[in-house]
Design a protein around this ligand. Structure first.
Ligand SMILES: Nc1ncnc2c1ncn2[C@@H]1O[C@H](COP(=O)(O)OP(=O)(O)O)[C@@H](O)[C@H]1O
Ligand SMILES: [Mg+2]
Length: 608
């Protein structure tokens, strides 16, 4: 086995809270470059088209200058005509180039984002269960949706706007200084004011936009909580408070939005005003210079023409700033996920676990979800191949945790979990998981057909017969008979449309169809009614022989039938043996059993 550090949980993982990691935008954007690589040709073409768009946009006032100075004033009709033709030509070229440029930039952008989203999803699939238990589902969903959207507006429109407006701005400055540096200097005298205003706008609007993002997240979380808890909300008649808190979150969101609108309402007319002042300066000093014979009328007209091409880009770029900000925040979070290394990876020299006999050995296993709070202490347990072992103990004793360690959803911090003598850290996860099946308390069903759900854990060719057999073996023939569409019955999200008991039957059949060597049932029957449970129990007699099984159950009948009972208390084994032996011992198990019996008979007499 390869040497490795302590279990992954010991490592600090600040990246789970991705907001905290900050790095300069260029370092983030560089991480995005590999996603552009497959589309390099088209990306370059897009940039070239942007150059054409910018150049044609800048041509107008210069052509007007030529037409006025060398055509009209020189009385040369040919030059005027030529300038007009060039003007129209530039307009047409600009139009066509503009169309292709926006088509191409969206083409590239959408593909890059699709690839990124796919890579992100694939990475999330690689992250261990521990990650998904730590990070709320809503947060992972927003990485894949709203954060990608935020990047979308940058990659498609933002990049275009940045390049074209940036080039236009630089172009105008260069052209104007080339015409007449004194008039240009005068026109740009308002620049410091402009820069100051824009800077202030940038800072305050970034703050305001951050607030709107926080507020919209609040709205979403109220929504998600209320909608997913609808049964409880309506059951307790809490619609009104829910309405109110939704209303409140919405109000705050609206208020935050209004703040950004007020800022824009100040800034953009402010720019207009400055642009008016600029025009005034050009008219005033420009006409003086024309009268003095320092510049031609054409140059002055060109100055007026270019002035709007000078202010527009500044407005556009400052608008872009908020897009850029939110895209950078989103990129940070996306990278945070992508850079979270899975802690449960296959060792480089991992081997496939051979056909499992099913002997499980835990030696000196200690584990805690957090290193400072151990849940399992120095635990030794040997389960022979084919044995069925029931884990019992109070809630929080560590039964589920032990099951998760056996399935290697977590690695122990010390000690070894082995199957057939193979340390689980030295075998490939796929070969391990292919040979075991877990039925949790609520077997999750997925949207799809009944067939899809039953075949979920199967490898290789799956015949309908195998699935029907599995369903019948767990006593689900009534269920199947009640569904007119049979295996083709669509199962909606989370299996709504089926009762909890029916869903659990499907989960059992799914496990059986996979024909695992090792079966782990974690309170699998605790959500079904007594009759269903009895049928499942009968079915389990057919299910268990020949397989190793770890059963976590609250019900006596299940426990009594297992070969051995292991009693856990606060992460330690306190008793183990057969039912009879433990009863005779008169210890913890006998105590638990007494409580159960009392509860069951109490219940029985009450309902009788
Ligand atoms: N995902 C988790 N993250 C942090 N602590 C957990 C997690 N799951 C369980 N625990 C803690 O571990 C202890 C054992 O839990 P568990 O194994 O689920 O107990 P049982 O299944 O016996 O009821 C409990 O104290 C519980 O709070
Ligand atoms: Mg549990």
């Amino acid at each position: 086995m390869s040497s490795r550090g302590p279990g992954g949980m010991l490592r600090p993982r600040p990246e789970d809270d991705m907001e905290e990691v900050r790095r300069p935008p260029d370092r983030k954007l560089r991480k995005l470059l590999p996603y552009f690589a497959p589309y390099k040709g088209r990306a370059i073409l897009t940039v070239l088209l942007m150059l054409v768009v910018t150049a044609t946009g800048l041509a107008g006032p210069a052509l007007a200058q030529v037409a006025i100075d060398h055509g009209i004033r020189a009385g040369d009709e040919g030059t005027v005509l030529l300038a007009v033709i060039l003007f129209v030509g530039a307009g047409l070229v600009g139009l066509v180039a503009g169309y292709w440029q926006s088509y191409m930039s969206s083409w590239v952008g959408e593909r890059v984002l699709l690839d990124l989203r796919t890579a992100l999803f694939r990475h999330m699939m690689r992250l261990e269960l521990g990650y998904h238990e730590r990070v709320p589902t809503g947060r992972s969903v927003s990485r894949l949706t709203s954060d990608i959207e935020a990047l979308d507006s940058l990659v498609t429109e933002g990049a275009t706007s940045l390049i074209i407006n940036g080039l236009t701005f630089v172009g105008v400055v260069v052209i104007l200084f080339a015409y007449d540096w004194q008039l240009a200097a005068m026109a740009f005298a308002i620049f410091p004011l402009l820069a100051l205003g824009t800077g202030a706008f940038r800072v305050t609007s970034a703050r305001a936009y951050r607030r709107t993002r926080e507020k919209v997240a609040d709205v979403l979380s109220v929504l998600q909580e209320t909608l997913s808890g609808m049964k409880v909300v309506q059951g307790y008649g809490r619609q009104e408070p829910a309405r109110q808190s939704f209303r409140r979150a919405n109000d705050e969101y609206r208020e935050a939005n209004m703040a950004t609108i007020r800022l824009s309402g100040l800034y953009f007319p402010g720019i207009e005003l400055l642009s008016g002042v600029g025009l005034l300066l050009i008219l005033w000093f420009g006409s003086n210079r024309v009268l003095d014979g320092e510049i031609s009328i054409g140059v002055m007209v060109a100055f007026i023409g270019y002035l709007s091409s000078f202010f527009d880009p500044i407005q556009q770029l400052s608008q872009l700033y908020s897009t850029f900000q939110s895209a950078m925040a989103a990129l940070e979070k996306i990278l945070g996920v992508l850079e979270t290394e899975p802690t449960l990876t296959d060792a480089p020299d991992a081997v496939d676990l051979p056909q499992m006999r099913g002997e499980i050995t835990l030696t000196g296993v200690s584990f805690g979800y957090r290193p400072d709070r151990p849940v399992i202490h120095e635990l030794d347990l040997h389960i022979a191949a084919g044995e069925s072992v029931a884990l019992v103990g109070a809630t929080g004793a560590g039964k589920s945790t032990l099951a998760k360690l056996i399935a290697r959803f977590y690695d122990p911090q010390s000690g070894v979990v082995a199957i057939d003598g193979h340390d689980l850290r030295a075998v490939t996860q796929s070969s391990l998981r292919a040979q075991l099946a877990i039925v949790p308390q609520e077997g999750h069903l997925f949207a799809g057909t009944l067939r899809d759900n039953l075949a979920f854990g199967c490898t290789g060719e799956v015949t309908d017969q195998r699935l029907v057999d599995a369903l019948e073996a767990v006593g689900g023939e009534d269920l199947l008979a009640g569904l007119p569409e049979g295996l083709d019955t669509p199962i909606t999200e989370r299996g709504s449309g089926l009762s909890a008991g029916q869903r659990q039957l499907v989960a059992f059949a799914r496990a059986l169809a996979a024909d695992p060597r090792l079966l782990i049932l974690d309170e699998a029957t605790s959500s079904v009614d007594v009759r269903t449970e009895q049928r499942i129990e009968q079915a389990m007699e057919a299910l268990l022989p020949g397989r190793t099984s770890v059963l976590i159950a609250h019900r006596l009948s299940t426990i009594r039938k297992s070969d051995r009972i292991v009693v856990l208390e606060q992460g330690r084994i306190v008793e183990q043996g057969s039912h009879d032996v433990l009863m005779e011992l008169g210890g913890r198990y006998a105590g638990l059993y007494g409580d159960w019996e009392k509860a069951t008979t109490g219940w029985a007499t009450e309902t009788a």
